[in-house]
Design a protein around this ligand. Structure first.
Ligand code: ATP
Length: 280
């Protein structure tokens, strides 16, 4: 039996501009995406019993073909001549449906892990092509560096951003439907007209670019997101923003100690998920 154990990191969006709605219904975006050190742990094993089995054991995450990690395994098994079964165990540490890209990262990690285990030798570009059909954020997690993502998220170019940056992720555990957020978004003509730098030499330069077109839509339904931003800034964050379609908010801190203090306080006093993490 061959087994690998891999970490699948979360992401935050330093920037999310919605440029336009395409005729096919997808939204064209421009995002700066950053991986952070909050990871699901994925164990992939090749086993004798045929078929694909995914175990996650987390409410709201399906175990079978509904799991995006299952679909990643299926896509690669179809390209392989190896007769094998696949078992995938997901230790879920990234909050689900949170704007942190957990499912997409699990999917990318399974694609990369099985590429090695099955000896497929597919290029990174080929894995990204397979990945984008499974989820728009999947190619970013295969790219594995801070990126400007355009199109629906599949056109990636490298961004040079200072790292590590310490941040606090706060999830108030409210449910946000990504579809609802996009349906309620009013596009303005100036979206995407700002120049986005490709180099960020300090945390303040990152704070200057922080913006998310989806934030005001999600805050209108969940004002607690605005409250979290204010609490993070009061705790010493240089800037704070909602990630993706939310509800997770991240605050950028000048050092590890102040990030850990704030995360500990928000978790204890408010009962929210709050974690101090560094950029990868
Ligand atoms: P994004 O930032 O890419 O929009 P997200 O963090 O908001 O992603 P996910 O945690 O990826 O959202 O989950 C979205 C939905 O996908 C969940 O409601 C869940 O049922 C489903 N799902 C399928 N597979 C997974 C997986 N491996 N991990 C998490 N969710 C999964």
């Amino acid at each position: 039996m061959k087994t690998v154990r891999l970490e699948a990191p979360a992401k935050v969006n330093y920037r999310l501009d919605v440029i336009r709605k395409r005729p096919d219904g997808y939204h064209e975006l421009r995002m700066i995406m950053q991986r952070v050190g909050l990871c699901d742990v994925i164990t992939i094993s090749l086993v004798e019993e045929p078929g694909i089995r995914v175990r996650c054991g987390r409410d709201g995450v399906p175990d079978g073909p509904g799991n995006i990690a299952w679909r990643a395994a299926d896509a690669l098994l179809q390209l392989s001549s190896v007769q094998t079964g696949i078992e995938i165990d997901i230790d879920k540490r990234i909050p689900v449906a949170a704007g942190l890209g957990g499912g997409s990262s699990d999917c990318a990690t399974v694609l990369m892990g099985l590429n090695d285990l099955l000896g497929l030798d597919l290029s990174r570009e080929r894995l990204m092509e397979i990945g984008v059909k499974l989820g728009a954020d999947v190619p970013f997690f295969i790219y594995r560096q801070t990126a400007l993502a355009e199109g629906i998220g599949e056109r990636l170019s490298a961004v040079d951003a200072v790292s590590p940056v310490w941040m606090v992720l706060v999830n108030p555990n409210v449910h946000v439907s990504t579809a609802w957020v996009y349906q309620n978004l009013q596009l303005t003509s100036d979206s995407g007209t700002h120049i986005i730098p490709r180099f960020y030499g300090s945390i303040d330069e990152i704070c200057a670019v922080l913006h998310n077109d989806l934030e005001s839509v999600t805050i209108s339904a969940h004002p607690v997101i605005g409250e979290i931003k204010e609490l993070l800034v009061a705790d010493g964050a240089r800037g704070a923003l909602m990630s993706g379609s939310g509800p997770t908010v991240f605050g950028l801190f000048p050092d590890e100690a102040s990030a850990r203090r704030s995360a500990g306080r928000l978790a204890v006093e408010r009962g929210w998920f709050a974690a101090a993490v560094a950029t990868l």
